[in-house]
Design a protein around this ligand. Structure first.
Ligand code: HEM
Length: 480
């Protein structure tokens, strides 16, 4: 039933049950598609209740513009649930920090010091080095006719890049490397794990139940391991021990420790740790997810794959790899990446927002502290803006189409928009372009024996970042 449809008080939405609200009507394993299905019945602004939390889901470009641009100042807070609060040292990072003077200062450190255009450029050798090393591993698999696990490989290479960018270190020892990668996986899990006290705040005994279920203990343990890991890295930098055998260039910790020494803002060790967490979490998985979705789409659309390979091979000629200098010339490859981001934005609901006060959107009331989900996935498949929206057609981004992902075209917002737009776009896109260009230039790709095109699925794994659920295994043939 549609409630409040005519009263113009709350946005329309499915009638919920007492206490649980609409939780039973939502498929948590694919929240973005489940919300999209409901939107088809209730419209592009829809209200829901998750336990005691009011939520609004936005699913049209016009309304996304209203929320992320016109009324951005009201909609630019982030909710902070128990796991996120703990892992981010009470929200002192950039991504989960409430909108505040502190957030502004941290975001400035991110954009002006850690990832300004000059520094992004200076990290080129790290990116090229790590991408080459991944291509060598694929080369070995190709020569021994072994399947390439592209899902794991892309995750490893983006992790390696960001670990070197953040603290100048490359983990070569298998045990140490596995430990660090496991820690990164744990952070991801705790950032999305909700406690009962998050869903039913204020309800007597829910805190106790969380405790009895061991949730608090596990979270504390993960936090202690993480904190010790970060502290060790900071200490190594402070002591100038042999902490970065690879890096000639300053790493993220060097830069932030210098800012701290210069008494910049009130930066302290906890801020530095929270910032590293953001870079590792936001900066690794997203790029890997895009490359894997792109390769999944390409292997199931061989004509597009051929066209992209022809472009990169014709433009580069005979060489041992694609360098960053070559990337600006690859317009079809860029269109393939945009089309992948349209069909499979890795953060399909953006990072949830929270209202800073009461607001009115399209005549509907939205109360202070309402959770706000902008469904970038649904918007990018809206037939109102996209012809044949379900089809993989990179050509739609060529010619006189000037739609970009920089937050001005609200029908295409894979990086969000407004004050909280992703500040890592430039380095994120370079890494994706460099990886995909090299994969297409150096190898011919085919499905493993007995696997048909129709067997390749597009199922997703739940989380803030949406990965392909079943790992992508392909066979590579060396091309030159
Ligand atoms: C292709 C890769 C990437 C995609 C698709 C992506 C997407 C996003 C999205 C959708 C948001 C939320 C924006 C909003 O709420 O409006 C976001 C936020 C953020 N991203 Fe990215 N991202 C990518 C790469 C990166 C990289 C490489 C970094 C770090 C080096 C990064 C750091 C961040 C941070 C710190 C935020 C929080 C910003 C804030 O709350 O002020 N991202 N990203």
């Amino acid at each position: 039933k549609i409630i409040n449809n005519n009263s113009k008080l709350n946005p329309p939405g499915p009638r919920g049950l007492p206490v649980i609200g609409n939780l039973h009507q939502i498929d948590q394993s694919s929240l973005h598609t489940s919300l999209w299905d409901l939107t088809k019945r209730y419209g592009p602004i829809m209200s829901l209740r998750f336990g005691f939390n009011s939520a609004v889901v936005i699913s049209s470009a016009t309304l996304a513009k209203e929320i992320l641009k016109t009324q951005d100042l009201i909609f630019c807070d982030r909710p902070l649930f128990t796991g996120q609060r703990k892992i981010t040292y009470e929200g002192v990072d950039v991504a989960f920090s409430p909108y505040s003077e502190h957030w502004r200062e941290m975001r400035k450190i991110f954009t002006l010091h850690l990832f300004n255009p000059k520094r992004v450029q200076s990290l080129r050798s790290i990116r090229e080095d790590e991408v080459s090393s991944a291509m060598n591993t694929i080369h070995d698999c190709a020569l021994s006719y072994k399947k390439v696990n592209l899902s794991d490989m892309m995750k490893n290479v983006t992790n390696d890049i960001m670990l070197r960018v953040s603290f100048g270190k490359r983990y070569q020892d298998v045990q140490e490397r596995t430990k660090v990668f496991r820690l990164l996986d744990e952070i991801q899990a705790y950032l999305v794990d909700l406690h009962l006290s998050d869903v039913w705040p204020g309800l007597p005994f829910v805190g106790l139940v969380d405790q009895l279920m061991g949730k608090k203990r596990r979270l504390e343990k993960c936090f202690r391991d993480l904190d010790a890991f970060y502290q060790q890295l900071i200490d190594e930098h402070l002591n100038h021990q042999e902490h970065k055998p690879y890096a000639k260039e300053e790493d993220g910790i060097d830069i932030m420790l210098q800012l701290m020494k210069d008494k910049h803002f009130n930066l302290n060790h906890e801020h530095i740790k929270a910032m590293i967490m953001d870079i590792l979490v936001a900066g690794t998985d997203t790029g890997a997810a895009v490359v894997v979705w792109a390769m999944t789409l390409l292997i199931t659309n061989p004509k597009v794959m051929n066209k992209a390979q022809e472009e990169v091979r014709n433009l580069i000629g005979k060489n041992d790899k694609v360098n960053e200098d070559d990337l600006p010339k690859l317009s079809y490859l860029k269109a393939v990446i945009k089309e992948t981001l349209r069909l499979y934005p890795p953060v399909p609901l953006l990072v949830p927002r929270e209202t800073r006060k009461d607001a009115i959107v399209q005549g509907y009331n939205i109360k202070h502290k309402t959770l706000v989900y902008v469904n970038a996935y649904a918007i990018a498949r809206d037939p109102k803006y996209w012809e044949n929206p379900e089809e993989f057609l990179p050509e739609r981004f060529l010619g006189d189409c000037d739609i970009d992902f920089k937050g001005n075209d609200f029908e295409f917002i894979p990086f969000g928009a407004g004050r909280r737009i992703c500040p890592g776009i430039s380095i994120g896109v370079i890494v994706v372009e460099l990886l995909l260009a090299n994969l297409l230039y150096l190898f011919n790709w085919r499905l493993p024996d007995k696997v048909r095109k129709e067997d390749i699925d597009f199922d997703v794994m739940p989380g803030i970042t949406i990965h392909k659920k079943n790992k992508l295994f392909l066979l590579a043939d060396v091309c030159f």
